[in-house]
Design a protein around this ligand. Structure first.
Ligand code: ATP
Ligand code: MG
Length: 368
């Protein structure tokens, strides 16, 4: 997968940008607040249909402009494609184009440009609550497995419904009659989610540990362990077995759920634990260790995507090198030899020999 070029009009602080990229490392250099992250944001927008720093699309349009126009040429499996998105101020919906043909929604553009992004907020995946870790799994699996995406939607729908029953049954006791049926279906879809997650995590854990070990010069051992419904003894077991064990858990928690009015059982509470040299990374990891582990997770994700889709996703690394000692910086830079990479940085001392350099200042590409 290769991003050949991008054209931006009225996007963030880019009034007008026309940039061409190289297949290997593209180093995006510039002082603070010049537009480095904005450029990666434009790339991820065309990749995922979403902006990673905001939910408000309007923020992407340059202050004072009426629209933002993003267009990229992508080379994948020897075919060139053009992806384009135009965003408007006010209520007018965005317009999406694939090879000049207007698309109804982003679904048909999904997978045309696959990317793996590391940004500083990703450190929170390992530091904060379970939700971000679940989102990491959900994001990857929704892209790789359509069956997962459908199961997740259905499970979420059932969960919302069951939560309402548990909240409101005191006013309407008859609501409780529907509970066994909801529990059964949640156990079925929940077992599917657990099976997908356990498989993905098995691969992710192995590759992440491998990257982290090399990254730390063999000094650190990283272990990822899936934590799901406590009665599920082996999440890699057959689905029927998992389903039965979820039903056991539901049964033993039924009274507690009815009394507390909350849904206490199921994979919507899943998590994975990360140990670094046998200590929980969340509580004991140093800044450098957490960063090393987070980057290892992303490199592992890139490898799984490559094996699964046959194309190496474009790697986008925002502000990745700070807080890493020289040994770890060298390891990372060595990892960048495969596939296309965009890496932002404020200084160029380490990179001179590495691929192409794009100097960004005030939302414009500076001539060399
Ligand atoms: P750092 O090294 O600090 O991370 P950066 O080069 O990554 O800096 P960006 O986040 O890409 O910086 O750009 C930030 C600049 O873009 C800010 O000065 C911000 O005011 C400007 N900016 C953000 N959104 C818009 C917009 N909609 N219109 C115009 N300018 C914007
Ligand atoms: Mg930035």
């Amino acid at each position: 997968m290769e991003l050949e070029s991008i054209r931006l009009r009225g996007f963030r602080n880019y009034a007008e940008l026309d940039a061409a990229f190289v297949p290997g490392v593209n180093l995006v250099l510039g002082d603070n607040a010049q537009g480095k992250t904005n450029l990666l944001e434009a790339v991820t927008y065309l990749s995922t249909g979403k902006a990673f720093r905001t939910r408000k699309e309007q923020e992407l349009i340059q202050f004072g402009a009426d629209f933002a126009d993003l267009e990229a040429d992508v080379l994948a499996k020897n075919r060139e494609k053009t992806l384009r998105a135009v965003l408007f101020t006010g209520r007018k919906p965005r317009q999406l184009f694939l090879n000049g043909v207007k698309q109804k929604n982003f679904t048909t553009m999904e997978g045309e440009l696959t990317t793996v992004l590391f940004c500083p907020e990703d450190l929170l995946i390992l530091k904060s609550g379970a939700e971000r870790r679940r989102r990491l799994l959900d994001n990857a699996l929704c892209q790789l497995r359509p069956g997962y995406s459908r199961a997740l939607q259905e499970y979420q729908r059932l969960l919302d419904h069951k939560s309402r029953i548990l909240k409101d049954w005191r006013d309407r006791p008859s609501y409780l009659d529907a509970l066994p049926d909801f529990n059964l279906r949640m156990a079925q879809f929940g077992a599917a989610l657990i099976a997908y997650r356990a498989n993905y995590l098995q691969k992710l854990a192995r590759l992440t540990a491998q990257y982290h070990r090399e990254f730390s010069g063999d000094r650190e051992q990283l272990a990822l362990t899936y934590r799901t419904v406590s009665t599920v003894l082996d999440p890699l077991a057959a689905r029927a077995e998992i389903e039965r064990q979820i039903l056991d858990h539901q049964e033993s928690h039924l009274r507690a759920e009815i009394e507390s009015g909350q849904c206490l059982t199921g994979p919507h509470r899943d998590d994975f634990e990360v140990l670094c040299n046998d200590l929980p990374l969340k509580s004991f990891g140093s800044q450098g260790q957490v960063r090393t582990a987070a980057i290892s997770l992303k490199l592992a994700e890139r490898e799984i995507f490559r094996d699964d889709t046959g194309e190496m996703p474009v790697l986008l690394l925002d502000d990745v090198l700070s807080e890493l000692d020289e040994g770890r910086q060298d390891f990372l830079l060595n990892q960048l030899r495969a596939g296309q990479v965009f890496i932002t940085c404020c200084e160029d001392r380490k990179f001179t020999k590495l691929g192409a350099v794009l100097h960004i200042a005030g939302g414009a590409l500076q001539p060399e």
